[in-house]
Ligand binder design. Sequence first.
Ligand code: UD1
Ligand code: CA
Length: 467
Amino acid sequence: MKRLAIVLAAGQGKRMKSKLYKVLHPVCGKPMVGHVLDAVNQAGCERSIVVVGHGAEAVKSYLGSSAEYVLQEQQLGTGHAVKQAGPLLAEEQGTTVVICGDTPLVTAETIEALINHHTRKSAAATVLTAHMDQPYGYGRVVRGENGTVLRIVEQKDCSPEEAAVQEINTGTYCFDNAKLFAALEKVTNHNSQQEYYLTDVIGILVRENEVVEGYAVPDVRESIGVNDRIALSEAEQMMRERIVRGHMLGGVTIIDPSSTYIGAEVTIGSDTVIYPGTFLSGKTVIGEDCIIGPSAQIEDSIILDGAKVKQSVLSQAEVGRESTVGPFAYLRPGTKLGSKVKVGDFVEIKNASLDDGAKVSHLSYVGDAKVGKNVNIGCGAITVNYDGYNKSITEIEDDAFVGSNVNLIAPVKVGKGAYVVAGSTITQAVPENDLAIARARQENKAGYAEKIRARAKAKKQRQQESE
Ligand code: UD1
Ligand code: CA
């Protein structure tokens, strides 16, 4: 049976009190609607239609070509929203999953199990339900004496008896596609919110003697619907635990899961160890056998096998095999470290490549630079890359040695194997294997320190006497 999906994402999400459209709020770094669409796609839905309205352009530009779209111009309710997919889907034969864009925790496995239950029971509709201690805010699933589903009643329309029901509608359903669109024609907006409720389709199908099933989600945490920032933080917490567990099951050691934050799209190789206080976000890729943290903040970066990054901040950086970074390094966008590179404490690197074996051990700024193999950049050496208007490039070729506290005034080039003496301010190219020295010559005045001290002492004394 063909699998189809409709994702509801047209609402504004008033309760979020936000400028950002609700379904674009990230959970572990990934917008909620992204989590939902990934789940239906993974569950084998051949076509996924996203119903957009508020923030339509923003939602479409985020999801791109991974879905088809229909516009719901006015948000007249979830039933009205599903109906908008009619022109694209009504002629299809198959099973249609309908899911809300604000339920990011629902997994592909659960959708799969829901579809299987639905198929086994030859149902017209199957509701994914959950048993909640605190069902407030959700639609309640009302069952008959023999346990069959009769209808769903929204919180605002509940009688006291219905409000006491603890089985809720998660907002995810499976329908026989033709029966769904036929039933939607019969939905009215005669309710407290004057909306066309998708949930009314359940009661309509029951009245038509169709088979309507309820399938309870095994893990109730999956069912959270995010309507406000409190639920958003709860969803974040649950997703975070799920992600961290997934990495541990995949062979990553995580010393303290409760203080480790890993974004939904991060990948980590086996036998990597993550120390506490670490934040990994964006499309960060970490290889095998790495040691990350404590206290590393790594965003959209690539860390290759065997690298170590501690107490450092990385953004759009690449760290080669067996390189070490930190403590207290800041690798900014465009940093590319080869293998076995060492970047030590209080080093900032931006838009610069450091080839295999290069070392910048302490207190340096390397920006807009190309640094060759086995180059050593001494303590306090910096590239002077900016004149207030323009950025210029520094090139340091293989095996060169840049002494401590050197200023390399870009554009400038230090040739292969050259040696730049500590304290030099380099403004001209240094040819291969030359030694460059660019500092005032030292002069020693014999015994002069004694004289200076005596003079200073006398001055102090005169001052005290005149007071
Ligand atoms: C809905 C269900 C409720 C269920 C809960 C689960 C209905 C009537 N109620 O309630 O039974 O317990 O989800 O989380 O379906 N949307 C549109 N167009 C609209 C209205 C909503 O696209 O006109 C989208 C929203 O963007 C959202 C989703 O549908 O992603 C659900 O809407 P929301 O207003 O959050 O419904 P709930 O009140 O949470
Ligand atoms: Ca909701």
